[in-house]
Design a protein around this ligand. Structure first.
Ligand code: AMP
Length: 272
């Protein structure tokens, strides 16, 4: 497995290979969720490139950039075992210039929900993914539905900027008890982890209820009854294009939750 540190090294590697390339961008601290993306990329492409980069521009001041879990050696082992061909681990210096041309997330859908509570977050995400696409030139890029708004915005960027690649969405991978896997779960104490479970429970209940009623208020009330979090930021109902909806639309609804459990901010969603 190649370990590539600079965009130039990836360029050289990229021009040395022929065939389809599956690309999985990550911030590392790899878990079973990332691994599922990697496995899918492995099945569908001749080559697999994984990037591991804790991108500073998508963290707001005061967020967990400095303490974000970093486990590079363990991540390399996971990638090697999964049959990854190349891992790209740049640092901020070789990804960014001093006076950058910036990318702005769309005014509405980049600034509601996650974008409202983390203003500018998606500008940073789109900026880095744009660079990563240009550097790795993938045939297909794999993204988790766990970050549903990110997935939507990346699909928009691919359309708006005419990237010639396919975005492959991957279902959220969960622990046996329902907790969505996240690199941030390591922050949770045993009690917090137990209470974090109420998020996936509320979503599961919402999915069940939405088979019987389209009434969002009714569903939301039940979700709030189940949730045992410290600070609920939003429960939202949107369609697949992130338009707010006022009743459940079968096969075109995403229900999303963002909440703090202790000091840890968690997001999860369910696709109806
Ligand atoms: P991250 O390292 O958190 O930036 O995530 C890298 C990619 O893995 C993103 O496309 C995420 O949506 C995806 N991902 C993270 N957690 C999960 C999960 N539990 N199931 C599926 N994909 C995930």
């Amino acid at each position: 497995m190649e370990i590539l540190k600079t965009p130039k090294e990836v360029r050289e590697y990229r021009s040395s290979i022929k065939g389809s390339v599956g690309f999985v961008p990550t911030m590392g601290a790899l878990h079973e969720g990332h691994l599922t993306l990697i496995k899918k990329a492995r099945e569908e492409n001749d080559y697999v490139i994984v990037s591991i980069f804790v991108n500073p521009t998508q963290f707001l001041p005061g967020e967990d950039l400095d303490k974000y879990p970093r486990r590079l050696q363990a991540d390399f082992e996971i990638c090697k075992r999964a049959g990854v061909d190349a891992v790209f681990t740049p640092n901020a210096e070789n990804m960014y210039n001093e006076d950058e041309i910036l990318i702005k997330a769309p005014k509405i859908k980049g600034y509601i929900l996650e974008g409202f509570f983390r203003p500018g977050h998606f500008d940073g995400v789109l900026q880095v993914v744009n660079k990563l696409f240009n550097i790795t030139k993938p045939t297909r890029a794999y993204f988790g539905k766990k970050d549903a708004q990110q997935l939507y915005l990346i699909n928009q960027m691919v359309k708006n900027f005419f990237f010639e690649l396919e975005i492959i969405p991957v279902d959220t991978v969960r622990e046996k008890d329902g907790l969505a896997l996240s690199s941030r779960n390591v922050y949770l104490s045993p009690d917090e982890r137990q209470r974090a479970l109420s998020i996936s429970k509320a979503l599961k209940k919402a999915a069940k209820l939405s088979a019987a009623t389209q009434n969002i208020e009714e569903i939301k009330k039940e979700m709030i009854r189940i949730l045992d979090v410290d600070k609920l930021q939003y429960i939202a109902f949107v369609d697949r294009d992130f338009n707010y909806i006022d009743k459940i639309i079968p096969d075109n609804t995403i229900i999303l939750i963002a909440a703090y459990v202790g000091k840890t901010r968690l997001i999860d969603n369910i696709w109806i």
